[in-house]
Design a binder for this molecule. Sequence first.
Ligand code: BTN
Length: 260
Amino acid sequence: MDFTEEIKQDLESDDWTVYHAAEMDSTNEWAKRLAEEGAPDLTVCLADEQTAGKGRLGRVWKSPAGTSVSMSVLLRPSVRPEHLSMLTLVMGMAAADGLGKIMGLPVGIKWPNDVVIHGKKLCGILTETASDGSWVVIGIGINVNMTDFPEELRSKASSIRLETGREESLPRTAAVVLNEFRDYYRAFLETEDMSGLRATYERMLVNIHEKVRVFDPGGAFNGTALGIDDAGDLLVRRDDGTVVHVYSGEVSVRGIYGYT
Ligand code: BTN
């Protein structure tokens, strides 16, 4: 059975259009090209290896072939364009739930969408939206079968295999996350924002009630994370008592005592 057949076997919904390639520049770029060609809602692109994988904040995302899931989901929801980026949190919820089920271990979210276990990152998410709001592409890289990481990542990254000691199937991992995503996406579309999912998201949020440092372009500050608002912005009570809404596009947030 090839990769596409294996993933389709585990997908619970027939709504998905699945593309798979052995090698691709970046699955996000691939999904964006398909979007421009008119590909439908719920198109998913997967690659065994990316030659130009992209991370958040202009970083490079690298993963050796066979060790990870690199996939991008193209969506065309009819929601207000400024609401599209909230879907990045929805994918974070799907990944945390799906990977938690696969591993049988509690997996959390570091706001906005890093999926973490024991304080280390299991997957990263990069969301890109069309300037006219006609599509959104959510790319996700999941650390599945890595047995080691480069020195600079060792204290910050983990994989399913490192946590469970078991090798995991890449198509099954992808399908489990996509199945969770299908359900959360439906729930998101009911309100077109995070209001219906907020309580569930906050239960997954490892930063909640924790001290965080917010790296805002206007200057860094410390505070306590209180949760999210209906738009998915992080609510932070600053040390001077004021509560601010932190928008994920502009800032990064770190724990005071470590990565999470
Ligand atoms: C992050 O910096 O945490 C986000 C990493 C996102 C990586 C994924 S891998 C699949 C998709 N294609 C890309 O080029 N990037 C995303």
